[in-house]
Design a protein around this ligand. Sequence first.
Ligand SMILES: Cc1ncc(C[n+]2csc(CCOP(=O)(O)OP(=O)(O)O)c2C)c(N)n1
Ligand SMILES: [Mg+2]
Length: 333
Amino acid sequence: MKKITKATYLKWYEDMLFWRKFEDKLAQVYIQQKVRGFLHLYNGQEAILAGALHVMDLSKDKMITAYRNHVQPIGMGVDPRRVMAELYGKKTGTSQGMGGSMHIFSKEHRFYGGHGIVGGQIPLGAGLAFADKYFKRDAVTLTFLGDGAARQGSLHETFTMAVKWNLPVVFCVENNGYAMGTSVARTSKSTEIWKLGLGYDMPCGPVDAMNPEKVAEALDEAITRARKGEGPTFLELKTYRYRGHSMSDAQKYRTKEEVAEYQKIDPITQVKDIIKKNKYATDKEIKEIDKRVKDLVAECEKFAEESDFPEIQTMYDVVYEQKDYPFLPHKLD
Ligand SMILES: Cc1ncc(C[n+]2csc(CCOP(=O)(O)OP(=O)(O)O)c2C)c(N)n1
Ligand SMILES: [Mg+2]
């Protein structure tokens, strides 16, 4: 694995803080109705992305996830100003403002969405890996899903094929404890989701995903295995989300104390503590990072605010049309 150094820790701190503040800004402008539709935030889960990016080969590896998808493309290199503009529905956005919150996408950066159907991205992730294997491209696809998606049929159908065909894919369930307001324990007798891999003879295990180092170690092993042609891995990344499922969640299913317990092991605080303990940066240098983050968030907001909405007629450019589509007449008899 690429060594975890002082530079890694400083990058982790700056990246994770930016993702957190970027989304805090989204929450704020959502309340002002500048961002509309659903909005699912990643606050609390950042160590997963930080650890993953450390071990991925960003020149070829791919990523696909569900609808909690604003910061992953940024991590993979998409301009954050364009992500914010997409959320505002502006034409400078990643999908010209026509995708919105749940559908950030950048083929150029190998970020394949952004999927609103729970579990819908699991077979797509395996499909991306199938194509890479078929065309001998030596790339690995990280397929992220929520704990709620682990009980979908699509996961089980995909696992059957992915192990059989030794696909270069890592399935990562981000177990944040809840699927909307339903805890993992309410929906299944077994709360150790990683054990589902055992039924498929797929290497699997749990990971402390509040810690980016632990995530990086586990994912490095899984990615290396996939790259060697030894097939998929299933990891249960144990994490927590601080905000509600979406912005319209009253959070009656959990206590404030529970959230506070997890905030004690917050990934950003953990990383900052290590930076301080090892004297990787002075207080002044940390303040400079905080200022850079604040300025970049403000720049993203300004860019989105000042961009134009798409012209009405562009709506028709993104609708599928096939002139000779073989419609079959429908007869009632
Ligand atoms: C097939 C399908 N069923 C139901 C929904 C409604 N729904 C949206 S999110 C969600 C919960 C998913 O939770 P989880 O997979 O744990 O992801 P998290 O939101 O915690 O990241 C549900 C049931 C949906 N979008 N798709
Ligand atoms: Mg969940």
